[in-house]
Design a protein around this ligand. Structure first.
Ligand code: SF4
Length: 144
């Protein structure tokens, strides 16, 4: 079983109320091979919601307490992002997940590339909070 970002399955959990439907991921779900998760919703955030970016680092810094997740509305949502990541890790452990395919550039799901925290569209190397936590727990994470 593979853990996947829920928005890739066509679930409307994206910040703007839409999805990031990917037909290959939807096929995995239809075949019963994928478990969809949205860490931001699991962390208690609403949909739609303000866009978020990691300020002062990457998901690693957020988990280590040296960076924070800020909204375009100026609100600090670091706690929600950490809570959502922990929820996803709990699901992954219960389902004995070894692999995840997550949405690139998200401050939660990005696994290798995220926005730089300036809301300017610039991308830097690094993981989102959930991708980082999954990797730290031995789960292979790729982004799409
Ligand atoms: S947190 Fe992940 S699953 Fe949820 S909308 Fe963002 S990219 Fe998709």
């Amino acid at each position: 079983m593979i853990l996947v970002s829920a928005c890739l399955c066509g679930i409307n959990c994206k910040y703007n109320g839409g999805s990031n439907l990917n037909e290959d991921i939807l096929k995995l779900l239809a075949e019963g091979k994928a478990i969809p998760v949205c860490p931001e919703q699991l962390g208690g955030l609403t949909t739609p919601r303000a866009t978020k970016e990691i300020e002062g680092g990457t998901g690693a810094g957020v988990l280590d307490g040296t960076a924070r997740v800020m909204g375009s509305d100026g609100k600090d949502t670091t706690d929600s992002f950490i809570r959502g990541a922990m929820e996803v890790l709990g699901i992954a452990k219960k389902a004995n997940i070894k692999e995840a395919i997550l949405k690139a550039r998200s401050p939660s799901c990005g696994a290798g590339h995220i926005y730089d925290g300036t809301f300017s569209g610039r991308v830097i190397e690094g993981n989102g909070v959930t991708a980082e936590l999954l990797k730290r727990n031995g789960i292979r994470v790729t982004e799409i």
